[in-house]
Design a protein around this ligand. Structure first.
Ligand SMILES: [Zn+2]
Length: 415
């Protein structure tokens, strides 16, 4: 890290911070060795060749020329096996090897697919779809790979109709924007474009409010492209806040909710494992804001604070990992009035005892969004992690329960 850049960055923070209503508490802990900080300046990204892979000898075709696809290379091994390479956008990278492709055959047949993960190990159980909209997990009897195996190996039953095969459901930026538009049919929901990504995609937010907006709840999702389960739980959560329950109607009179459903549209649409088009993990860029996505997000929130002299009361960043858990700010961090996160998690777990969240205290040095909430806005925030394989109906139900629980907690505290 160039010290001059660091200092000028800090001065910029202070000058922006001073201009806004919320008391800005820029209090990032000292990091003794700046090597421990992740450099979030842009790095080169390798994009895929979009193409159709044809295997006329066995009458099979495969393609990656669609949004969110990932299949870098594919060769025929024998009459019934294809071997593919799944390569990350750059390296080093978190172990989340995303893949997505379409496959068909002249005649009905079984085909074996081996996926070789460069810099990765098998993580996602294949999900299948006939239309790209309705998805089901592969029959586990057809999957010959365990978690953490160096390759993925499975059998597909294919025919002339296109079969979509993907690590999780494909929900690209277009579907997020569609969802935003559908919500704005309600008079109290507005959409905003607050910036552009590296590749020029619109960064969109929605605001939900029937109040003067002096209390803010901030929600975000899809910093990490493959993290569909967190995204789906966020959708259920937001739809509950926008819904017709008595609690939601009362909450909207007290709170304005700002939601950025897709922080990393470039990564999502390019089928990235983790990073933005600038080649960095956006959830390590909340200290230096080198990427346009995080920079614009921060500016948007600070401007919202200034507009109505508002206070952010809580933040949730929706993600996915292997199991259901909450990363929560440690109890003794700063002199905050702690208590929302544990009350929140206990309320959800009480209603969903079979699918509880594990509370995991996180460090306060990490350059992630919840530490930005903590150090700059002086509020609690959580990283809300939903398991990769959590049942989709549980996700829908729990998103609803979580939203009702949080609305109740926040209303009681800030009525
Ligand atoms: Zn994540």
């Amino acid at each position: 890290m160039n010290p001059f850049k660091l200092i000028s960055g800090l001065l910029l923070f202070i000058s922006i911070g001073a201009a806004f209503g919320q008391p800005i508490n820029i209090n990032w802990p000292e990091v003794k060795d700046s090597i421990n900080l992740v450099d979030t300046h842009s790095r080169p990204v390798e994009f895929q060749n979009k193409q159709v892979f044809s295997f006329p000898g066995i009458g099979v075709g495969v393609r990656n020329d669609f949004t969110s696809a990932r299949l870098n290379k594919l060769v025929q091994v024998n009459d019934s096996t294809l071997s593919g390479w799944i390569t990350p956008e750059n390296f080093p990278i978190n172990m989340s090897p995303w893949y997505a492709f379409k496959i068909w055959a002249d005649t009905e047949k079984d085909i074996y697919i081996r996926l070789n993960y460069k810099h990765g190990r098998h993580r996602y159980i294949p999900r299948l779809s006939k239309d790209g909209q309705n998805w089901a997990q592969m029959d586990l009897a057809d999957l010959y790979t365990g978690m953490e195996d160096t390759t993925g190996f499975f059998k597909l039953h294919i025919n002339p109709d296109t079969l979509w095969v993907s690590g999780q459901e494909i929900m690209s930026s277009a579907s997020a924007y569609q969802w935003i538009e559908s919500l704005t049919e309600k008079p109290f929901i507005k959409s905003h474009v607050f910036g552009k990504s590296t590749q020029g995609r619109s960064l969109k937010a929605i605001s939900i409010s029937e109040s003067d907006g002096s209390n803010l709840l901030v929600l975000l999702s899809r910093q990490h492209p493959p993290e569909l389960t967190g995204y789906k739980e966020m959708i259920s959560f937001v739809e509950t806040i926008a819904g017709e329950s008595r609690m939601a109607k009362k909450f909207r009179k007290n709170f304005k909710v700002l939601v950025v459903p897709m922080v990393n549209p470039d990564g999502v649409d390019n089928g990235h494992w983790r990073h933005c088009a600038g080649g960095v993990d956006l959830n390590r860029d909340w200290r230096h804001f080198n990427q346009p996505e995080t920079y614009a997000f921060r500016k948007f929130i600070l401007e919202e604070i200034e507009k109505t002299n508002a206070q952010v009361r809580y933040g949730i960043d929706f993600h996915s990992t292997y199991i259901d858990l909450f990363y929560i700010n440690p109890k003794d961090s700063l002199q905050l009035d702690k208590g929302i996160s544990m009350t929140f998690i206990n309320a959800i777990n009480k209603k969903m005892p079979d699918n509880p969240f594990e509370p995991v205290p996180s460090g306060i040095e990490g350059q992630n969004s919840s530490n930005w909430f903590l150090h700059e806005l002086g509020v609690e925030a959580i990283t809300y992690e939903v398991g990769d394989n959590t049942d989709r109906e549980v996700i829908r139900k729990r998103g609803e329960i979580a939203a009702l629980a949080l609305m109740k907690i926040l209303r009681k505290k800030y009525k």
